[in-house]
Design a binder for this molecule. Structure first.
Ligand code: ADE
Length: 239
């Protein structure tokens, strides 16, 4: 049987274009209205897709990828807003876990971000911190630190909001000890968790999720996205 591929998902074209340009023996298939590019990167079997922004787009893409390609690992790459004063534009953040901070049943007494997982077995589960693969995260972090220096490891917050608000930024840091905020990682991590597929989230900081973000995001996204693409290329043969 052919080797199971590594799945790579980015929300925007800029987040996957370097990977697609480097892909060899590329085949493109359409499922769920999305394009899935399969082939090899650095000699490793991969399937790459652009999902579009937000949690539902990301979940549809990840679930389709899992069902159609049985990836052995799914990696979400792209840019994010930095959370907390230690995280700067151009830094890299590798997720230890993701939180869907906008999933809110606090009125019912649940901690903010608690998700309710259903299982056919009846073993339902409430979960807040969606785990990421320790081995993959460790390799990404090591490489990020050796190539770029500014690399952080910790919680990444995901929600259907482009955050451009210093108060929200401080809230996410205080509530979840987050290092970055973005719009897809937690959805992909949930799909992977429900399907028992390891996942990793690698983000480069394009803005600091504050008043400057509407200007910084377009100015720095290309630079930041290039970093994650390059880093991933270097690590893929070891994943
Ligand atoms: N992706 C990049 N910057 C972001 C921000 N400030 N909020 C949400 N997602 C982002």
């Amino acid at each position: 049987m052919a080797e199971k591929p590594i799945g790579i998902i980015g929300a925007m074209a800029t987040e996957v274009e370097a990977l697609l340009a480097a892909m060899q023996e590329e085949k493109v298939e359409e499922f769920s209205g999305l394009a899935f590019h399969s082939g090899t990167l650095e000699g490793v079997a991969c399937v790459v897709a652009e999902c579009g922004p937000g949690k539902v787009n990301a979940a549809v893409c990840a679930q389709t990828m899992v069902l159609r390609y049985s990836p052995r690992l799914v990696i979400n790459v792209g840019v994010a807003g930095g959370v907390g004063p230690q995280v700067h534009i151009g830094d890299l953040v590798v997720a230890a876990a993701c939180v869907q901070y906008d999933f809110d049943t606090t009125a019912m007494g649940d901690p903010l971000g608690t998700l309710f997982i259903r299982r056919a077995s009846g073993e339902n589960e409430d979960i807040l911190l969606l785990p990421c693969c320790e081995e993959a995260a460790g390799l990404l972090l090591k490489e990020a630190r050796s190539i770029y220096g500014g690399a952080h490891f910790g919680v990444i917050c995901t929600g259907d909001v482009f955050v451009a608000d210093a108060e929200k930024n401080q809230f996410l840091q205080e509530k979840f000890e987050a290092h970055a905020v973005e719009m897809e990682g937690g959805a992909i991590a949930q799909v992977c968790y429900m399907n028992s597929v390891p996942c990793a989230v690698l983000r480069a900081i394009s803005d600091c999720a504050n008043d400057d973000s509407p200007m910084d995001f377009p100015a720095f996204t290309k630079m930041a996205a290039e970093k994650t693409g390059k880093l991933l290329g270097a690590v893929l043969p070891r994943l």
